[in-house]
Design a binder for this molecule. Sequence first.
Ligand code: ME8
Length: 519
Amino acid sequence: MNSFFITTPIYYVNAKPHLGHAYTTVVADAMARYHKLIGEDTMFLTGTDEHGDKIVQAAEKQGQTPKEFVDDISGRFRALWPKLDVANDRFVRTTDPEHISAVQTFLQKVYDAGDIYFGEFGGHYCYGCERFYTEKELENGLCPQHLTKPEFISEKNYFFRMSKYLPWLKEHIEANPSFIRPERYRSEVLAMLESGALEDLCISRPKSRLTWGIELPFDKDYVCYVWFDALLNYISALNWPEGEDFKKFWPGEHLVAKDILKPHAVFWPTMLKSAGLPLYEHLNVHGYWLVRDTKMSKSLGNVVEPSDMAQRFGPDAFRYFLLREMHFGSDASFSEDALVGRINADLANDLGNLFSRVLSMTAKYFGSHVPMPKALQEDDKAIADLCANSMRNFVQLFGNVQFAQGLESLWELVRALNKYVDTQAPWTLYKQGNMERLATVMYVMLAAMRKTALCLWPVMPVASGKMLAQLGQPVQEGQPPVANVEDEIAHFEGLEPGIQVAEGSNLFPRIEVKKEGAD
Ligand code: ME8
């Protein structure tokens, strides 16, 4: 059995989870479910990043110790995911003893290989970014991200010989077009590598300045730089170096937004190379969710709370929106109007209506039993062909992180089915007493609806389960609904005649929008 390992970034615990975190985690969940659906053994990891200056400052503000503070916020992330029907297999925290020990083992390995050295370093340090800036990178003497004046710090530190591996990294990226995807981010990284601006990486902080971190195994006066520590979660959570899970699931795939492209595309592969470990297979990079055309921020008051969205609109509809609205790689705008618009058009009108119409007709004409079809006619074959094509495209596009396009392809089928109902007019066939033709038409619709519901499991797990249950299919919570997707694509039939289906369906009620000024 093939294995599949997917990760999200481990989120900083200096703020509560918001829409951006929810998006990445929902996408990772959909990817994990998709790989389960195509028959792979999957491992899905998320977690929290808990060391660094920012945490110490945030904890102080709250009058808490760093540990009390990180326990609280990490718990909020962990509690959010089930509300979005996210089923991660593992949740890693950088304060876990297993993680700390793996980081120290890794540091020692790279140190022993001669890739870590001690040196003097002076630079402009921004506490907000937790990094040094060179004179050139500052804008009018200020940090370009925070627009605050960084502090000039000169100190002795440990450095990772990253520059040694940069020519090799460039070659690897050039030779493997899908190593970083989509393409625009691959080009960005190649440009970064060509610019010559990348140097060795400072990987320590003196304890005189910061103690909230992992101690270097070869110098007790220093702790590890947060990024070097954080990136290692991807293997510490698999119990590297000895763990069975590491052997089984590494190398895997990462999912991140463009803000953390550099650490994932440059630091991480060179770290792995230095330690003699295989590189990840793909770095999947997405854009930002914007709210009113700007990035979400507390000070602008435009932070979208994912638990609020899931509670008001349902986790299935919220997940569908996230995957359908954002073209993976590009930025997308979030608004409640857009969310309601998608729910009403795609879910209530197209999909929900299809189920409710077809199931109530099956109740009326066949006592809610799947009828036995006769030979398919041209129109029926067209639906069967479209069904196979839509499914094939969906599976391929989803595997290629093109979620919006995959769903669009499935919706071509959903819309064609609604048209087919109108053109075949089962009510007329019934009136004419043409029960044979009626049985075939109803069967074609029910069989195609079943296929649609199967494909939707990664995106809307609960709704997919409900649809399948309405079609008389066995559903096991947390388990993919079908054994072999390839078979399902190859054979249109698959729905057994004679089984009982639900009498009706109300999957996605329309959301009425109150017009401003109305009562
Ligand atoms: O960077 N749109 O953590 P973080 C889309 N701890 N996604 C967004 C987003 C937005 N507006 N805002 C945040 C860190 N995200 C480090 C990671 S990994 C070894 C260490 C998502 O809490 C997106 O996935 O700042 C982004 O990459 C991540 O949150 C940043 O999370």
